[in-house]
Ligand binder design. Sequence first.
Ligand SMILES: Nc1nc2c(c(=O)[nH]1)N(C=O)[C@@H](CNc1ccc(C(=O)N[C@@H](CCC(=O)O)C(=O)O)cc1)CN2
Length: 469
Amino acid sequence: MTTATTDTIAAQATARGRAALAIIRTSGPDAISVVDQCFRGADLAEAESHTAHVGYIVDADGEDVDQVVVTIFRAPRSATGENVAEVSCHGGDLAPKLVLQTLLAHGARMAEPGEFTQRGFLNGKLDLAQAEAVADLIHASSTRAHQVSLQHLQGRYSEQLNELREELLDLCGLMELEIDFTEEDVEFADRERLEELLGRAASLLDTLLATADTGETLKDGVRVVIGGRPNAGKSTLLNALVGRDRAIVSATPGTTRDEIEAEVEIDGVLFRFVDTAGLRDTTDQIEAEGVRRAERSIEQADVLIYVYDLQEGLDAEEQAFLRDVADESHAVETIVVGNKVDLVETPSGDGQPARAAEVVDDVLYLSADAARRDVDALEPLRDRLAETVADQLSRADASLIVTNQRHRSHLQSAREAIQNARNALDAGVSGDLLTLDLRQALHELGSILGTITNEDVLGQIFSRFCIGK
Ligand SMILES: Nc1nc2c(c(=O)[nH]1)N(C=O)[C@@H](CNc1ccc(C(=O)N[C@@H](CCC(=O)O)C(=O)O)cc1)CN2
């Protein structure tokens, strides 16, 4: 795909604010000459691609603006596929702004969000799935999410989809030939080969679709709700887990009236903790709303940490609740924590508290209060949390995890189209009708990779980027 871009864009590619350095990027046919016009140093017009040059940016009045390093990339050997000149100047509030202003005064135009990446896409430097991976990489909030985006950027995921696309395309070609020659009654496409190919396509799509939940977990984090009676120590536990005072803790039951969220990375995975208002019947209006929300969050959680006070034990209502949670079809993974282990007697001397719960055979005993001073005390809980996703993650190949909702729905539609084609084949339907299904599947795959595009979709994707990306 070639789209002639005639203008030259510029933007700060690094974060604003106090920093040692900042990068102002320009891209477009005149990128090098724009920077050259306001550069005192080597003659950039003569500079070779992938070279760096120390000098000064000089404004229209001939005043020095900053000492800089300019890096030259010549089309098509750049991230955008166009001429690129990057000015690496001093950071802070002023230098980057003045350098950018100078470049704009010399004919560059301010870039739109994502416009550099978009140009890279339009010039064939990366496909749409890779461009989306760039956005994901920037937004990644855990080590694993970062790894997956980087792998997608490197293109193995796109490669798989492309291979599938090409096979289907070949087949479509054959089927269409067949249509042209129907009168002569030739069957160009070998039906058995078609069957085999459709089977392969279906199973590849199934494999990809099966990773989508894992992908969502990696991208959005594992939602963990901390539930339990008022004053069981939920907020103290949350604070111990995140290592700072995120929730207001007090000895008065019912202090937490709304949900509190905090994020912690465990084993490279993001866990989003929600501390809820204690579960109990209450007549306090505000607190009652808190309890309703707590119930709702438990329904939406991936994991429930249920905390109870070992001094109180689990009462009948709590036992019934835990039995319910375990029975429900959407069974949320539950970790039961017996809190305040330091405050109960252990007459047997085996470290097991006297009043263990009857309904749950697997209680994690700890003291959330002590854990705030001793991080290791939470290791067993952190391990249990990591275990809730370990299985899922070890099964998945990072380069083939679907992390994108848009891709998921195109893959689902492609899978349906392939299924229709298989059914049609079984029913002995003619080649031209089969081709329609194959074309539909191709359309879906093409939409993921960006070989088929639509302005609105592109706009939506690139507007998620920051300016300068
Ligand atoms: N300074 C700087 N750092 C950056 C970027 C950038 O644009 N500038 N990137 C922005 O995303 C990422 C790196 N992406 C890049 C992708 C391709 C090329 C490039 O010059 N490609 C040429 C030549 C390759 C070669 O000679 O080996 C090419 O593809 O033809 C440069 C950066 C992250 N770091």
